[in-house]
Design a protein around this ligand. Structure first.
Ligand code: 13P
Ligand code: SF4
Length: 387
């Protein structure tokens, strides 16, 4: 396995449930009249509204979005690229973010108050981001303080976290990272401190620490926010270098090392390419690991006739298989489903947002409270300044 980017397995039903619960906790039921999905004029309506908006709107699309939505994106990218692209568009009145809630929040933090960030379906959350809430992290930090290690710990939060968690991270001297710069963020943190509290994806944290920084596996401990003191002793906290939050992606967490072995049996000479949100044993069994942007670049550069099994979200893998007909591109495990929350952004929601904006009505706006945004911005700026 080569880690390349310079860089519990719940059921699909649980995945659907989590997104919906978290959405209703935020009070984000999608308002307004949605056009029916069966409306044959949806593409034409989206195009007309997009043309009316012209340069006033900038549409971003994450690589996991549906084809029907991605066709309207002015830029596509992984979460790092999209954060940078949103920040680089100060003249756009409307930033229409086809992705999930934490991405739109980051775009709001990185853009001016005069710009409105719109998430076409407010219920498009992320089950991983929902696994760490602000109060839990404050309590965890108290546990670290009681163990005498908070002063020598820097928090690093994955982009897939709420603005409040990014705010906590910024306030405590830490930075945001994405799957494309986690190694650099960890090196930056370890230049200043002995330990890292890594939120909320234990797998990205562990994979990066062990495979890219060479930190021994037994120096990575998992902090379970549902157990007293995280389920860790004072000694365990003192001995650890990486304190990993017990969070994971409900989609990537479903790939297994058996899937890798199985595809190797079925396809001779197959290359296994996975996202670093996959579990450690899956990443160890794979050939290459990296962000969505890396996965795309790798397949673009692959020779005709080569075979690839890809362990990431299905919309992206399907698109890649379609784009590379001269190569064999298969999904690592056929029982793994789409990211249900990414999939919530569909053409009816996009049409509803674009048409509303075109007539001057801002719907589904994402606004991060100023006090939180200031600290979260520090954490995001530290990421953007990483070498
Ligand atoms: P990328 O940063 O690789 O786009 O990943 C975002 C994400 O949510 C993966 O599940
Ligand atoms: Fe969140 Fe996983 Fe979906 Fe990415 S794929 S948005 S981490 S639930």
């Amino acid at each position: 396995m080569t880690f390349t980017e310079p860089a519990q397995t719940p059921s699909a039903l649980l995945l659907l449930g989590r997104g919906a619960d978290a959405a209703s906790e935020r009070g984000v039921d999608c308002p307004g009249e949605l056009p029916p999905a069966s409306d044959p004029s949806l593409v034409a309506r989206a195009r007309a509204a997009r043309d009316t908006l012209g340069e006033r709107a900038f549409v971003l699309g994450h690589h996991y979005q549906r084809d029907e939505v991605i066709q309207f994106a002015d830029v596509t990218g992984d979460s790092f690229k999209l954060a940078r692209d949103a920040a680089a568009k100060p003249d756009a009145e409307y930033i229409v973010f086809c992705g999930v809630h934490f991405m739109a929040e980051s775009a709001d933090i990185l853009t001016a108050d005069t710009q409105a960030v719109v998430l076409p379906d407010l219920a498009a959350g992320c089950s991983m981001a929902d696994m760490a809430n602000y109060q839990q992290v404050v309590e965890a930090w108290d546990v670290l303080a009681d163990a005498g290690v908070a002063d020598v710990t820097i928090p690093i939060t994955y982009m897939n976290s709420s603005a409040a968690i990014k705010g906590f991270t910024g306030e405590h001297g830490g930075a945001v990272c994405t799957s494309s710069n986690a190694e650099r963020a960890l090196r930056w943190a370890f230049d200043q401190a002995d330990k890292v509290l890594f939120l909320p994806d234990q797998h990205l944290g562990r994979n990066t620490a062990v495979l890219q920084l060479g930190i021994p596996l037994d120096e990575c401990v998992v902090f379970n926010p549902h157990k007293r003191d995280g389920g860790l002793t004072v000694q365990q906290l003192r001995d650890a270098k990486m304190i990993l939050w017990q969070g994971h992606c409900s989609v990537h967490g479903r790939f297994t090392a058996d899937n890798v072995a199985d595809v190797r049996r079925r396809i001779p000479d197959v290359n296994i390419l996975v996202h670093p949100e996959c579990r450690h044993d899956v990443v160890l069994a794979a050939d290459l690991v990296g962000s969505t942007e890396f996965i795309i670049r790798t397949l673009d550069a692959a020779p005709p006739g080569s075979s690839w099994a890809v362990g990431t979200e299905l919309n992206l893998v399907r698109r890649l298989a379609d784009r590379h007909r001269d190569k064999q591109v298969v999904f690592l495990e056929k029982t793994v489903c789409y990211c249900s929350t990414m999939n919530r952004i569909d053409l009816p929601h996009l049409v509803h947002s674009l048409e509303s904006l075109a007539r001057g009505e801002v719907v589904n706006r994402i606004t991060v409270e100023r006090r939180i945004a200031e600290h979260a911005r520090q954490a995001l700026d530290r990421m953007l300044a990483l070498p």
